[in-house]
Design a protein around this ligand. Structure first.
Ligand code: TXA
Ligand code: MG
Length: 353
């Protein structure tokens, strides 16, 4: 399949390309476009054939449901059975933005969207290009992250090309995604809101509107069975084997340096932070900084890009610093734990020899 690529400048959006993307979606074609979180792989969410092509292009298991994207708050109404008070507050306070809400679905929603569940995930993105494309298509747009299933999500059009060139009809290049991690997924159907996937909208932020916010147990524990179907699959994985080191900066650096001596003949990359760079023995080792240790926005924005960079350099082992799992750090650590396949080294417990 021939993939057309159009570049749209965020500051000066060319409606000609928006219109073209809308037409493609309406015709049942696949269009990848930027959102504020990551790039999405869009199709008409009410067209079953188009949606089935999403699963094919990504190589995604069919029991992993998709998020529907709308361009107006009112568009939710016909897609859901009812809007709970929790959902109403979230729509009011956080849309448009990086918060996906789970509702009881209406009969309009094809089964292929929800993987047979009786609920549906919906969000309204704040990225203006995304919003205009959805509006032009005039239908809810199903859009998972535009990566091959299991790979780190794409935060630039280049990443989408790496995975999906020749497999989608159009890629809209709208620059680098502001946030860099996927939306927070929140179940709004119960007595309390439940975070199924942590993201930019944090538990702490939600707690200023709700007396109690629950979290799915599997978020930071790879052994727990997740409630959100997609969370059970291997995710965000670089080709390299990744080790995640947790503990004080000094001990992490010491453990990483020790590991480096074991991997002497291998291609090794260190994923770290500005402050700690000088602690590592970087002779013959590739180092990528995610930013400053406390600058979670920068770390989130750079994480997937860095994992893909290691892949493009054929790195075999990634040794990574970890982060505190409060606020946005929680979403960062959720992705890192999965990217490492649960390969975590707690350095404070490592015996010194
Ligand atoms: O930021 C994002 O959410 C991006 C952009 C493109 O909008 N999209 C995205 O989609 O991350 P995807 O398909 O990669 O992840 C959707 C997540 C999966 O973990 C899936 O299991 C969960 O949402 N999900 C979808 N429908 C659900 C449902 N009815 N109940 C529980 N989880 C659901
Ligand atoms: Mg995804």
């Amino acid at each position: 399949m021939n993939t057309i690529i159009y570049k749209i400048n965020k500051g000066k959006i060319d409606d000609k390309y928006i219109k073209k993307a809308g037409e493609y979606l309406k015709e049942g074609k696949l269009v990848s476009f930027p959102t504020e979180t990551v790039y999405g792989l869009g199709a008409d969410g009410l067209n079953e054939r188009a949606v089935s092509n999403i699963y094919k292009a990504k190589g995604r298991p069919s029991d992993n449901p998709l998020i529907l994207h709308v361009s107006k708050k009112e568009d939710v109404e016909k897609l859901v059975e009812n809007i709970s008070d929790i959902a109403r507050i979230c729509i009011d306070k956080f849309w448009p933005g990086p918060l996906t809400l789970i509702f009881k679905k209406s009969t309009l929603i094809p089964n292929i969207i929800t993987g047979g569940l009786d609920t549906v995930a919906i969000r309204m993105p704040s990225n203006e290009i995304a919003n205009k494309i959805i509006e032009a298509a005039n239908t809810p747009i199903a859009a998972p992250s535009a990566n091959t299933s299991g790979r780190p999500s794409p935060t630039s059009a280049r990443h989408v090309e790496e995975d999906l060139l020749g497999k989608v009809d159009m890629i809209i290049d709208g620059g680098i995604c502001d946030i860099g991690l996927e939306s927070t997924v929140l179940d709004t159907t119960g007595k309390y809101p439940v975070i199924l996937r942590p993201g930019k909208i944090t538990k702490e932020e939600l707690e200023s509107f709700f007396p109690k916010v629950l979290e799915d147990k599997s978020i930071l524990n790879p052994k727990e069975a997740p409630k959100s179907p997609g969370q059970k699959y291997t995710h965000y994985s670089p080709k390299a084997k990744m080790y995640l080191f947790l503990g004080s900066d000094e001990k992490v650096a010491r453990s990483i340096n020790k590991k480096l001596t074991k991997f002497k003949d291998k291609k090794v990359g260190i994923l770290g932070t500005d402050e700690n760079k000088d602690r590592y023995n970087l002779d013959g080792v590739m180092f990528i900084s995610l930013g400053k240790k406390k600058d979670y926005d920068s770390i989130a924005k750079n994480l997937f890009k860095s994992l893909r960079k290691f892949d493009s350099e054929n790195i075999e082992f990634i040794l990574s610093e970890g982060f505190e799992d409060s606020e946005l750090g929680n979403a960062i650590m959720n992705r890192m734990v999965k990217a490492s396949g649960g390969n975590i080294i707690y350095v404070n417990e490592v015996m010194e020899d």
